[in-house]
Structure formats: structure tokens, C-alpha cells
Design a binder for this molecule. Structure first.
Ligand SMILES: [Zn+2]
Length: 211
């Protein structure tokens, strides 16, 4: 299956790919969207409809996976509605962009809309990589800390835990991600229990792809 992955950096994309393969139980071939974007969540959200359309009309991919970091923004609230109602929920913002894009394509060419899936990494994708039974890295820890007015950890700390002290030699971060993913993808249930909202959303979307 050909899949485009849009996230916040190349190491993030390696993580998302490993997780998607674990959930889909099949290898995926990643394709690069033709549209290049500058960094930043606002730009990413703005360009999602264009990325979707270029993949669709270019027959480039079967699916599109988007994973965004929450940083300090609102964490998606579980609801039966399409939108959780928090204006800065990045999961809902990305979903809305893709839903609108999928609804707007002209299907007269006989092509079905692309599969798509959205995940929210709380607060950043390094947290997923660090998922283990014996540490405090979880959505719950993050949400409780933010409610108490203090981040339980920063992204910089998560990176240090994952990659070790800087400087990181060439290829080090990719190897660290690969090693972490071997453990995490063996235990998707643990990842789901620690990140039920943001990873749960991604898994739920991906599980519809075969339907
Ligand atoms: Zn939401």
C-alpha cells in the first residue's frame, strides 16, 4: 500500500510509518507529497487540503496519514460529535481539513477518496517512542501536569531521554527511533493504554482502512 505521511519531521515520519505498519499488519511504501511545506503547524494545517488533492488527482497514494504534536494546545476531548469544540484542538483541525478535502474532490474519474488517518502526539512524538511500562510518560501525566500549571516534562527532555546527550552523530536519531519502535510496535496495546486519545484516534482511523 502506498501511503503519504505528513508529520513534523523526518524522524517523526519513521515513527509513524512503523506504527502504521504495526496497526495495518502490512508493509507500506511511503510516497512524498509533491507539495513542499515550510515548518510550523499552521502552515501544515493550511496545506493539508492541497496535499490531499495532489495525492488524489496524481494517483500517487492510497492513503494519507497525518500526525501532529499537541505541544501546549488543547488535548482532544472524546465526544460523539465530529468536532470536540475546542478551537485549538489540532486533531479536530486536521480532521476537518481532510474531511473537507475528501468531500470536495471530483470523483467522476472513478476514483474513491483516499483513506486518511490523523493522530495527535501528546505533547510530541518522542513520547510515543518512550512508551514503556515503567515510566510516567503518558497523556494522563501530561494532562494532569498542564492542569496543575506545570509541564511534567518538556520536549527537550523527551528528546534527551530518547536520544541521549547531544551532540548526536549522523544517523543516531534514526537508529534510536528504530530501536525504540521495535519495542513499541510489539506492544501496541500498551501504547493505546498510555495514549488513548491521540494514538487511539490514529489507530481507530487506520482500522477503518480495510473496511
Ligand atoms: Zn478535538
Amino acid at each position: 500500500m502506498k501511503v503519504a505521511i505528513v508529520s513534523e519531521g523526518p524522524t517523526d515520519e519513521a515513527t509513524v510509518r512503523a506504527l502504521a505498519e504495526a496497526v495495518l499488519s502490512e508493509p507500506i511504501e511511503t510516497v512524498k507529497p509533491a507539495i513542499r511545506r515550510s515548518p510550523g503547524i499552521d502552515k501544515l494545517l493550511e496545506l493539508l487540503p492541497l496535499i490531499y488533492k495532489s495525492l488524489y488527482y496524481g494517483w500517487q497514494a492510497d492513503g494519507l496519514i497525518v500526525v501532529v504534536d499537541s505541544n501546549a494546545s488543547a488535548i482532544h476531548a472524546a465526544t460523539t460529535a465530529d468536532d470536540c469544540g475546542q478551537g485549538d484542538c489540532r486533531l479536530c483541525l486536521a480532521r476537518r481539513a481532510l474531511r473537507n478535502a475528501a468531500g470536495a474532490v471530483d470523483q467522476t474519474a472513478g476514483r474513491k477518496p483516499l483513506h486518511w488517518a490523523v493522530g495527535l502526539a501528546v505533547p510530541a512524538i518522542e513520547a510515543w517512542c518512550l512508551c514503556a511500562p515503567d515510566n510516567n510518560v503518558s497523556e494522563n501525566t501530561w494532562i494532569q501536569g498542564m492542569e496543575a500549571g506545570q509541564k511534567p516534562y518538556t520536549r527537550r527532555e523527551l528528546k534527551r531521554r530518547l536520544y541521549g546527550p547531544q551532540p548526536w552523530p549522523e544517523g543516531h536519531t534514526v537508529h534510536a527511533i528504530q530501536a525504540a519502535m521495535e519495542t513499541v510496535t510489539d506492544n501496541v496495546a500498551l501504547l493505546l493504554s498510555k495514549f488513548p486519545v491521540g494514538f487511539g484516534a490514529l489507530r481507530s482511523d487506520l482500522s477503518q482502512w480495510g473496511a
